[in-house]
Design a protein around this ligand. Structure first.
Ligand SMILES: Cc1ncc(C[n+]2csc(CCOP(=O)(O)OP(=O)(O)O)c2C)c(N)n1
Ligand SMILES: [Mg+2]
Length: 724
């Protein structure tokens, strides 16, 4: 079916008459604009290409060959934003910034990015960034970092990229972007209301307010609607025109020279001042939200038709005709030639190979994990140990010393979060790190987990090794998408061309006596446990905590792993195991590293195997001693890694007794124990098995917490029953 805007374009241009004047190539295409005729023509070509991609996307869909019809029609003015920037400026693009993508590709060295986009539509393995895993705008060689479909979720990362440019230089670390780069991120008008966008813009201003360089250009492509919901007229301008600390540039995004001039002014402003700016482009959305969206169900026909008059292609064509650069028939020739070219490419790629096995789909995840496991440092002996290496450590001191070591070892490592610098963390875990290094490497952030993780995401792709802290596990949840939808997916959707090195330290789990209530004792990690590719470390003992942190840092640095490091708050300062003063929970700094996915076994009893982790380890070791006095010899296995689970070690130790008790301090439902149980059974364990866990409850304040958290009594009773 012919698209009305296709016919409208042809009819409108055909009705135009030629002009007698002729603008020279290097002359402005319009008086007062800095856009030359030559560049305008090149951008017009890009605009035509972008439009025909949208038309062909629908044709491919109708043939059952294309899988993606969200287009850029009406937004093609953003080609001028690409032209106003440099190809080395890192870009994180809205899904309607197709013309930007094409313009950068063409302007760099005349390559053919049209084919890349088509390869994305047909999910071809040859697609250059995702290898057939998604239709995204991304190319490593063009410094376009691919984005997920979660609107605005890329803005925190953009903040991190902008932050890292000057920070890497300050630390003498090689950055992925030039010193004078501008980071650009584009997004829609409805997306601008998302808390992720609001938070990222706020965080950028908060940084800039303190004099932190923040070369970040926000580009809002404002078509006045989000799927079917109108943005109140004037809302974006009223929200951002007079925002202190944010330079506002606005233009009619359908007018190419106006867009170019505003984008040039905005880009220059950001480039020279290293401060954030907001470029507001008023666009139209043509051809509905996507091919599947029936626009007349929520917009009147006259409203839809009125947008045609603002069609950016018609506007550029009209300008080129009125300035005598092209005749109407030359415009139509170009339009049809581009249609034929895009169609030709589409026909070429429509039979391209697609991913055809789970193995092929998951290759980036599998390779990522293999590399992460291989990255473990062979020995920790060479590291520069902070403090007296032989002095016994608590878990908190173990982590502190490991962090100091890691900061010494890797000049690109940075440690940040709420209260980590001056105060040294709520529990003192990062104490002294600021003084050992500098405020460029250990720093307090604003109170926004989404921005903290976004900073890490941007720092990671820029060449730094981010070690952010989330103050409490409960507060990971309001920002989990930055790990789930952004950090973890980047390697997958870029076929590992972009990696997301980071070690997110999270203080969590229950039983802590100082600070009660649910939010300081959250014991659910379900939100992170099922994320493909993420490494989850859960140390319980001081030596393991230090060694595992080294492992995570190495895996992040050399394999780009996204590591979540769960710290048991209740064990931070624990010294004793069985009796007061026995100091059996202290340990010396480790010599040997701990590989990812390897457990640690305590004891060699053959009556019972206890599989556990974190606080469960200490409780289980205490129970094991009581079991011994009842004549039951147990071995206790600390899993240490919750993703990937140490399946081989679990099976071996479970088989050693044939009676396995899973001790899981997370919840009965969705808890780690479910995964342990499933892994045992699926891998052929045939012995007896039981599972104890905390209740499916939130944690109340005070001693009532112990009513719902797993207790030693419960563990002991289950152990006796099983071994009995
Ligand atoms: C977080 C999130 N919620 C919902 C969606 C579904 N969704 C996709 S696009 C869209 C509207 C976005 O509108 P706008 O930001 O104005 O961009 P436009 O499509 O108009 O260019 C919505 C709700 C999504 N992708 N992400
Ligand atoms: Mg919109």
């Amino acid at each position: 079916m012919a698209e009305p805007i296709d016919e409208y374009f042809t009819a409108t241009i055909a009705a135009m008459s030629s002009s007698t004047r002729r603008r020279a190539d290097e002359e402005p295409v319009r008086d007062g604009s800095s856009l030359t005729t030559r560049v305008c023509l090149a951008l017009f070509d890009v605009q035509l290409g972008s439009r025909h991609l949208d038309l062909v996307a629908r044709w491919l869909r109708a043939q059952g060959r294309g899988y993606y019809t969200i287009g850029s029609s009406g937004h093609e003015g953003n080609a001028a934003v690409a032209a106003a920037l440099r190809p080395t400026d890192p870009a994180l693009l809205h899904y309607r910034s197709g013309a930007f993508f094409l313009a950068r590709g063409v302007l760099v060295d005349g390559r053919e990015p049209l084919r890349d986009v088509l390869l994305g539509m047909v999910a071809a393995t040859d697609e250059p960034i995702s290898g057939g895993r998604h239709k995204v705008f991304g190319r490593h060689d063009l410094h376009i970092i691919p984005q997920t479909s979660t609107i605005a979720s890329h803005l925190p990362r953009a903040l991190g990229v902008a932050f890292s440019i000057a920070r890497a230089r300050k630390l003498g670390v090689t950055c992925a972007w030039p010193d004078d780069a501008v980071t650009v991120c584009s997004f829609g008008d409805a997306s601008a209301n998302h808390s992720t966008a609001v938070g990222a813009i706020n965080a950028a201003l908060h940084s800039a307010y303190q004099g932190v360089p923040m070369p970040l250009l926000f580009v809002c492509e404002d078509n006045g609607i989000g799927i079917s919901v109108k943005t109140p007229r004037g809302w974006i301008e009223q929200s951002y025109r007079n925002r202190n600390g944010l330079a506002y540039f606005g233009a009619d995004g359908c007018d190419l020279p106006a867009t170019f001039d505003a984008a040039t002014a905005a880009a220059d402003w950001v480039r020279t001042r290293r401060r954030p700016a907001f470029l507001h482009l008023r666009t139209v959305r043509l051809m509905a939200h996507a091919g599947s969206d029936y626009e007349p169900s929520y917009r009147r026909p006259d409203e839809i038709a009125a947008d045609y008059e603002r069609d950016p292609l018609v506007r550029t064509a009209a300008l080129l005709v009125s300035e005598g650069v092209l005749t109407p028939s030359e415009v139509l020739d170009r339009y049809e030639a581009k249609r034929a070219a895009v169609m030709g490419l589409a026909e070429e790629v429509m039979d391209a190979a697609q991913l055809d096995s789970a193995r092929a789909v998951m290759a980036p995840l599998a390779l990522g994990l293999d590399d992460a496991i291989a990255a473990a440092p062979s020995s920790l002996a060479a590291s520069v140990r902070a403090g007296d290496p032989d002095a016994p450590m608590t878990v908190a001191i173990g982590i502190n010393r490991a962090l100091a070591d890691i900061l010494d070892r890797y000049p690109e490592a940075i440690v940040f979060g709420e209260d980590v610098a001056r105060k040294g963390g709520v529990y003192g875990v990062t104490r002294g790190l600021l003084n050992r290094t500098s405020s460029a490497r250990v720093f307090d952030t604003l109170l926004d987990e989404q921005s903290i993780l976004g900073l890490a995401l941007g720092a990671g792709v820029s060449g730094l090794l981010p070690i952010p802290e989330i103050q409490y596990l409960a507060y990971l949840h309001n920002a989990a998408d930055q790990i789930r939808g952004e950090g973890a997916t980047l390697q997958f959707f870029s076929n590992r061309q972009y990696r997301n090195p980071m070690v997110v330290r999270v203080a969590g789990y229950g039983y802590q006596k100082g600070f009660g209530g649910h939010f300081h004792n959250d014991n659910s990690i379900a939100a992170i446990r099922d994320i493909p590719g993420v490494v989850i470390a859960s140390p319980a003992r001081p030596d393991d905590a230090a060694a595992m942190l080294h492992t995570c840092a190495a895996a992040a640095r050399t394999a780009g792993a996204v590591c979540v490091f769960l710290e048991p708050i209740a064990l931070y300062h624990t010294r004793d195991l069985h009796e007061d003063g026995d100091e059996q929970w202290l340990a010396a700094y480790p010599e040997k590293s701990v590989p990812i996915g390897r457990a640690r076994t305590y004891g060699d009893g053959t009556d019972l195997t206890i599989l556990t982790f974190a606080n469960g380890l200490r409780m289980s070791l205490r129970v094991a001693r009581r079991l011994e006095s009842r004549g039951i010899a147990a071995r206790v296995v600390d899993l240490r890694w919750l993703a990937p689970l140490p399946v081989e070690d679990m099976l071996r130790e479970a088989a050693a007794s044939g009676k396995t008790l899973i001790v899981d301090e997370t919840r009965q439902t969705g808890g780690v124990g479910e995964g342990i149980l499933a892994a045992l059974l699926e891998h052929g364990y045939t012995g007896a098995v039981d599972r104890v866990a905390s209740a499916d409850s939130f944690i109340p304040l005070g001693d009532a917490a112990l009513e719902v958290l797993l207790s030693e009594e419960t563990i002991e009773a289950a152990a006796v029953k099983l071994a009995g």
